[in-house]
Design a protein around this ligand. Structure first.
Ligand code: UDX
Length: 427
């Protein structure tokens, strides 16, 4: 099948690479000509394990092509996958400008029957809205099928999640359209759920909202664990052994970030408000996430004392989680900003990024960052932090305070190295 993927971001690139890898001919398009030129030369603009290799292989085998002429490929391919971004607008709603512009382009090129697959995360009712728009632009409904097929991939394991998904959700107005899309994924062994479009749109938002809820829930339980001198990791393990709950997404930490959870929780909230539905649980989820950094800032303040001048804090990790170079809505960066605002000197290190943040000094090495530091904060759970030589770290630091903000270190081992180690919800 010839497929045009519109949008060469995380979702677009991964989808294009995997669809090509399972045998389709894929034209991955983007208006950003510089991005497309780099991709043609094999330079992948994002860090995602395995993606560069999969792209190179399918380019070499002539199944994957990159092109800046979006409309031309939209016109020529019977299947168009829309994977453009829907960032947060100021009021929390999903900003639909990229989707609307794709719809406008589509309206100019639909001449033969097409299946349009919406993979971007969009508010409930979007497929109906696009239908209405296309008809307004004069496109006959007989010429296209519009299907909602949300994406559930995580950054850092995008390829694995796309090749071995837990499920593929296909929301279509009729079975025939659903089956065209199901056929595309024939090579992927998974469970398929066929729904109407509105349910598919809601499944995506509700999934992300539920996962964010799990994280805020465990972070809230971590607070009571601290108060009772209990260990959240053991409590989480015990909770997770109940099949009805499951062990995943119960890792207490400095809170969730990234390009999806904060944005999608806000957008779902906004979508609800337009129908006069109050999302009280989601409001609490957001509130807990926002306050999580403050809780740990207060603890650091308390342990470091009143004086801020010449107090140096090393922060390891800047990305919103490990194995990605994405810093969008990163709690690690938000924490650095809070620390500098308090008057601390911040020396930061991340294996992949060093975004400019006023008053933060970036170090090219994790050991350099801890030199003369009064405290070390682990803000992202990169594997290389767990494997660090903590004997060396302790010798380099001025004082021995260690905040394990991702509960990724063994507390007893750290204490044996001479650290005063405190994690999230650990006695
Ligand atoms: C998420 C969803 O998992 C994915 O299905 C969707 O398509 C996009 O949004 P992603 O944002 O890539 O994926 O990252 P994810 O692994 O879900 O982590 C999100 C945030 O939650 C990170 O900041 C992570 O550190 C945090 N997190 C995750 C926790 O604090 N505790 C956990 O137990 C799990």
């Amino acid at each position: 099948m010839n497929i045009c993927v519109v949008g060469a971001g995380y979702v677009g690139l991964t989808t294009a690479a995997v669809l090509a890898d399972i045998g389709h001919i894929v034209y991955c398009t983007d208006r950003d000509t510089a991005r497309i030129s780099s991709l043609k030369e094999g330079i992948v603009p994002i860090y995602e394990p395995g993606l560069t290799e999969m792209i190179a292989k399918n380019q070499a085998e002539e199944r994957l092509f990159f092109a800046a002429n979006v409309k031309r490929h939209m016109m020529n391919c019977p299947v168009v996958v829309v994977a453009v971004g829907t960032p947060s607008a100021k009021n929390g709603s999903a900003d639909m400008k990229y989707i609307l512009s794709v719809v406008q382009d589509l309206s100019l090129v639909i001449r033969s029957p097409k299946t349009i697959i919406i993979k971007s995360t969009v508010p409930p009712g979007t497929a109906d809205r696009i239908d209405a728009l296309l008809q307004e632009y004069g496109v006959s409904q007989a010429l296209y099928e519009l299907v909602s097929n949300p994406e559930f991939l995580r950054e850092g394991s995008a390829i694995e999640d796309t090749v071995h998904p837990d499920r593929i959700v296909i929301g279509a107005a009729n079975e025939e359209a659903a089956l065209i899309v199901k056929d595309l994924y024939q090579a992927i062994e998974t469970r398929f759920l066929l729904t109407q479009r509105i349910e598919a749109e809601l499944i995506k938002y509700a999934s992300n909202a539920f996962l964010a809820t799990k994280i805020s829930f465990i972070n809230e339980i971590s607070r009571i664990c601290e108060a009772y001198h209990a260990d959240i990791t053991e409590v989480a393990q015990g909770i997770g052994m109940d099949n009805r709950i499951g062990p995943k997404f119960l890792q207490a930490g400095l809170g969730y970030g990234g390009s999806c959870f904060p944005k999608d929780v806000n957008a779902l909230n906004y979508a609800a408000s337009t129908k006069q539905v109050k999302m009280e649980l989601l409001q609490a989820v957001k509130k807990i996430n926002r306050s999580q950094l403050g809780v740990y800032l207060n603890k650091l303040n308390h342990k470091l004392g009143e004086k801020r001048e010449n107090i140096r804090i090393a922060v390891w990790g800047a990305t919103f989680k490990e194995n990605t170079d994405d810093t969008r809505y990163s709690q690690a960066i938000a924490f650095m900003k809070l620390l500098t605002k308090q008057g601390y000197q911040v020396y930061a290190y991340d294996p992949l990024v060093s975004p400019p943040i006023p008053s933060v000094v970036w170090c090219s090495d994790k050991y350099e960052a801890v030199k003369e530091a009064d405290a070390l904060v682990i803000a992202t759970g990169w594997p290389e932090f767990m494997e660090a030589d903590f004997h060396r770290v302790k010798l380099l630091m001025k004082r021995n305070l260690l905040l394990d903000g991702r509960n990724c270190l063994d507390k007893k081992t750290m204490e044996a190295h001479g650290f005063e180690c405190f994690g999230v919800g650990r006695p």
